[in-house]
Design a protein around this ligand. Structure first.
Ligand SMILES: *Cc1c(COP(=O)(O)O)cnc(C)c1O
Length: 423
């Protein structure tokens, strides 16, 4: 098995020599130079398969935002026309988002994105309900925004129980029922996992929580705008989402909070967001998110079906053309665009370098984990054998991904996996 590392210090002339150098029997350490490429050009010409990390902003989104960065610059909290215009624009987005979830506009709070929404939901709900109890339940495979918020609550004296997952990444509703206690105040389980794509049994979890009088939060950053979600249908009390995961701008998102759920202010200051989240509204960001929501929901079901088919095609092609692979996550209860695959006896980080060389952007797990060759905690929680786990890559599609992109990605995977497996 070969291991590659990026060594920016090696001059271009030495590159080839280093690439060919074999310096040990079992592990060949290749040194490779990453030139000063313009990444944006590369992504334009290459194949972007890391849509779970972030998406390219839609052109229509940029166009919708532009006036609010120029002539419509008013502060939404002022009374004159410029302000009114901004205020109207953000209220229109609030109503649009509410409609997309079967919620009420008053239940939508704008935030700076998924991380803030998760932090607010967990710290806010647990804090507000501390007199009832200090027990939180979450899962082992949550995003760090949830896990680290829970860890913070532990340091404040709260107790956190972590749900295990089966080999497909699914939590067990029975285990959850067993963990529920008198003093449990909050359950936080993600809608769809960012690394392996598994969709959790949100309806059942919500019903269980509701019967027990426990508040239920779900991190739906990967699922919102990728599949239909109704807070009318699902007993979800709080839901986090982020615009840059569905072709909107970065640094803006929202938290849905069901009417009647007690949630204290997270950012103290002015009276924005009904006194719950101070700070001058990010008007261009909110308007951009609104446009992204409009675009995403205009063809949601068609896009979902198409993306799911392309995803299944990619999974099948990998299984068919490359030996000794494991597809991680659930086979059907899965985000439309997610493929997580582990190659036996391949180092994931090295494979990503070679994919990048072919113009293919993929990632090792969550974006936060790349650069480390540690096995991801999500993959570990599935119980994937180590010789597979260390060779895990995630390919995530979007509505613009084509069959030709997928074919090229599999070609590159096939060639590079075989190269890295060579003795
Ligand atoms: C990206 C992501 C987040 C963080 O959202 P940001 O808007 O980048 O802060 C949280 N949870 C999940 C599941 C994500 O994929």
């Amino acid at each position: 098995m070969k291991v590659l590392r990026v060594e920016p210090a090696v001059p271009e002339t030495e590159k080839k020599e280093c690439l060919d150098k074999k310096n040990s029997k079992c592990s060949i350490f290749l040194i490779y130079v990453r030139g000063k490429r313009k990444m944006s050009d590369k992504i334009q010409n290459g194949i972007y398969l890391d849509n779970a990390a972030t998406t390219r902003m839609a052109e229509e989104v940029e166009e919708a935002m532009e006036p609010y960065m120029r002539e419509k610059f008013g502060n939404a909290s002022t009374g004159y026309r410029y302000g009114e215009e901004a205020k109207d624009a953000i209220e229109e987005v609030r109503a649009r988002i509410a409609a997309s979830l079967d919620a009420k506009p008053g239940e939508i709070y704008f935030t700076s994105g998924g991380s803030e929404s998760d932090n607010w939901a967990i710290k806010g709900v647990a804090g507000a309900r501390k007199d009832r109890g200090r027990h939180i339940i979450t899962s082992r495979i949550e995003h760090h925004a949830v896990l680290n918020s829970c860890e913070y609550m532990e340091r404040l004296g709260y107790e956190v129980s972590y749900l295990n997952v089966d080999e497909t990444g699914m939590v067990s509703v029975e285990e959850l029922a067993g963990l529920m206690r008198e003093d449990t105040t909050l359950v936080s389980v993600m809608f769809g996992n960012n690394e392996i794509g598994t969709i959790e049994p949100i309806g059942q979890i919500g019903h269980l929580a509701r019967e027990a009088g426990v508040v239920f939060h779900t991190d739906a950053v990967q699922a919102y705008a990728q599949m239909p979600i109704s807070v009318h249908q699902y007993p979800i009390d709080l839901l986090s989402a982020s615009a840059h995961k569905f072709h909107g701008p970065k640094g803006v998102g929202f938290l849905y909070v069901r009417e009647g759920i007690e949630l204290p202010s997270f950012i103290h200051g002015g009276a924005q967001e009904r006194g719950k989240r101070a700070g001058t509204e990010n008007v261009p960001g909110i308007v951009g998110m609104g446009k992204a929501v409009e675009l995403a929901f205009s063809d949601l079901r068609v896009r979902m079906r198409r993306e799911t088919m392309l995803r299944n095609y990619l999974m099948e092609k990998i299984r068919h053309e490359i030996p000794q692979v494991r597809i991680n996550g659930h086979s059907t209860k899965r985000l439309p665009g997610n493929v997580s695959v582990s190659f036996r006896n391949v180092e994931g980080a090295s494979l990503l370098i070679l994919l990048d060389e072919d113009g293919i952007c993929a990632s090792g797990g969550s974006a936060c984990n790349t650069g480390e060759s540690r096995i991801s905690y999500v993959i570990e929680a599935l119980g994937v054998p180590e010789e597979y786990a260390k060779g895990t890559v995630r390919l995530t599609l979007c509505g613009n991904t084509t069959r030709a992109d997928v074919d090229a990605a599999v070609e590159s995977l096939k060639r590079n996996v075989s190269l890295l497996r060579e003795e």
